[in-house]
Design a protein around this ligand. Structure first.
Ligand SMILES: [Zn+2]
Length: 272
């Protein structure tokens, strides 16, 4: 298999049809009619000169939404197998972002320290939190930790040349986003710091929150990144698959698109 050109790829593998009142916190506060909306599911693949980096791993068949593009098939569309994955940056520990981990037996996992502490504490097992983190999924990460493949990240951990994390709490206790700079532009993969473009544009917190004030602060941070010229890509936005050049998929939910060209990035082991 020929590996795809260097780039940041979005792999859309599932879609849920839902409602606005389901997606936004205390939707009734806005005094608007309810309506339908899509919540799409992605994982992200960086074909980078320093290796193959995943940002989140989607969900697997333990999760109650049907999968329209299998994890291995999504990777295969980029000429990759699970064995090729070097690093996995985890945005947060909700189950729709942390599936398929047992399939990645050779990868190093980078989890925000604050997030890891939260979910492994008794608070992480309280009803409303635990409902978003299926039991087995946390066990998968515990296995990775026992095998010495889990490392924690801080507010601005360097992942590779031009790639770094940034803290964006609020949706969960320790969520992080991924910033990718290349000679062709800069993007911020927001994951659930902003699920939808509209969430940012209307300044409306998502229905699942650990701290609403932190969530608003994370919105401000994303807008500041935009002011500086970074393109913010919300993590569950259905329009992404149509906004960028498509590598595979023709019109339906399964889609792999290239959101940023990474050619010209130099391999480096130094801080940048
Ligand atoms: Zn989430």
């Amino acid at each position: 298999m020929k590996v795809a050109e260097p780039g940041v790829y979005a792999v859309r593998f599932a879609r849920a049809e839902t409602t606005r009142s389901n997606m936004y916190l205390r939707y009734r506060s806005y005094r608007e009619e309810d309506g339908p909306m899509f919540c799409d599911f992605y994982f992200w693949v960086l074909v980078h000169p320093e290796g193959i980096i995943l940002f989140d791993t989607g969900f697997d068949d333990r999760y109650p939404v049907s999968i329209q593009l299998g994890f291995e098939d999504g990777l295969a569309a980029l000429g990759l197998t699970t064995a090729d994955v070097d690093q996995v940056v985890v945005s947060h520990l909700h189950s729709d972002h942390t599936g398929n981990i047992p399939r990645l037996t050779g990868a190093r996992f980078l989890v925000p320290e604050q997030e890891w502490r939260f979910w492994t504490s008794p608070m992480g097992r309280r009803g409303l939190f635990a409902g978003e983190m299926l039991e087995g999924y946390l066990g998968d990460l515990a296995t990775v930790e026992r095998e010495g493949r889990l490392q924690t990240t801080g507010p601005g951990t360097r992942i590779a040349a031009g790639v770094r994390t940034m803290s964006a709490a609020g949706h969960t206790a320790g969520s992080q986003i991924l910033i990718v700079d290349s000679p062709h532009g800069s993007i911020a993969l927001a994951s659930d710091a902003a699920h939808f473009r509209e969430e940012l544009d209307l300044d409306r917190p998502f229905s699942i929150a650990s701290n609403v004030a932190d969530m608003y602060t994370s919105f401000d941070m994303l807008r500041e990144l935009e002011r500086q010229g970074t393109t913010v890509i919300p993590g569950h936005e259905s329009t992404i698959a149509d906004a960028y050049p498509r590598v595979s998929g023709d019109g339906g939910v399964p889609a792999v698109v290239r959101t940023l060209d990474l050619t010209g990035i130099k391999r480096t082991t130094e801080e940048d």
